[in-house]
Design a protein around this ligand. Structure first.
Ligand code: AMP
Ligand code: MG
Length: 190
C-alpha cells in the first residue's frame, strides 16, 4: 500500500506535538507506523547552514523571500520520504508583514497530502499555554489575535483542500482532554 501523508497544523502553543506523540503511542501498540517529521526543523537545518538564524523562532521574522526559499527546500527534502509520514507544521505563519501561507501551491504539489489536521482550542487556553511555556520564544499576543490566526488557518486550509483534494479534519485539544484529542488524531491516522 502507498504511504499516507498527513499534515498536522495549529497555532503555536496549541499542543500539536503533544497530541501527535500521544496518538503515535496508541498506534504503535496496534502496529501502525508513521514517520513523524517537523517541517520547521527541516527549514531550520537549512537556515543554520546558510547562517541566517541561530534560533528556530527567529525564522518567521526573516525576509519573506528568504522564508519562502527555506520553505521550498524543506518541501523538496520532505517529498523524498516514503511510507506513512506525519508532518508537523503550520497552516500559516504570522510574520511582521502578515500571514505567510505554510503550504503554498508549490509546497502542496511536492507533498500532496491525504489529510490536513487543524489542532485547535479556545483562544484563551492557547494564551495561557504560551505564557506557561518557557522553552520557546512564543509571540506575545492577546486572545483576539490568536482567534484571528485560528480563523485564518481554517480559511486557508479550505484552499489547500481545493488544490489537492485532501480532507481537512479539526481536532480540539482542550484543557484536561488530551486523551480525547489523541484518540481523535489516532482515528485520522489509522
Ligand atoms: P515550530 O517548531 O513548528 O513552531 O516551527 C518553527 C518555525 O518554523 C515556525 O515559527 C516557522 O518560522 C517555521 N515553519 C514551520 N513550518 C513552516 C511552513 N510550512 N512554512 C513556513 N515556515 C514554517
Ligand atoms: Mg511544536
Amino acid at each position: 500500500m502507498q504511504g499516507r501523508k498527513v499534515i498536522i497544523t495549529g497555532v503555536p502553543g496549541v499542543g500539536k506535538t503533544t497530541v501527535v506523540n500521544e496518538a503515535l503511542k496508541k498506534l504503535k501498540s496496534e502496529g501502525v507506523e508513521y514517520q513523524s517529521i517537523n517541517f520547521g526543523t527541516f527549514m531550520f537545518e537549512v537556515a543554520k547552514n546558510d547562517n541566517v538564524v541561530q534560533d528556530r523562532d527567529q525564522m518567521r521574522t526573516l525576509d519573506r523571500t528568504v522564508q519562502k526559499r527555506l520553505q521550498q527546500r524543506a518541501a523538496q527534502a520532505i517529498a523524498q520520504i516514503t511510507g506513512n509520514v506525519l508532518i508537523d507544521t503550520h497552516a500559516s505563519v504570522k510574520t511582521p508583514t502578515g500571514y505567510l501561507a505554510g503550504l503554498p501551491e508549490w509546497v502542496l504539489r511536492e507533498i500532496m497530502p491525504d489529510t490536513i489536521v487543524l489542532v485547535e482550542t479556545d483562544d484563551d487556553q492557547i494564551l495561557m499555554r504560551r505564557l506557561n511555556d518557557e522553552t520557546r520564544s512564543r509571540d506575545k499576543e492577546g486572545s483576539r489575535a490568536i482567534g484571528e490566526h485560528q480563523q485564518f488557518n481554517r480559511s486557508i486550509a479550505a484552499g489547500y483542500a481545493m488544490i489537492t483534494g485532501c480532507t481537512v479534519k479539526i481536532v480540539i485539544n482542550a484543557d484536561l482532554l488530551l486523551e480525547r484529542a489523541a484518540e481523535d488524531m489516532a482515528n485520522v491516522l489509522r
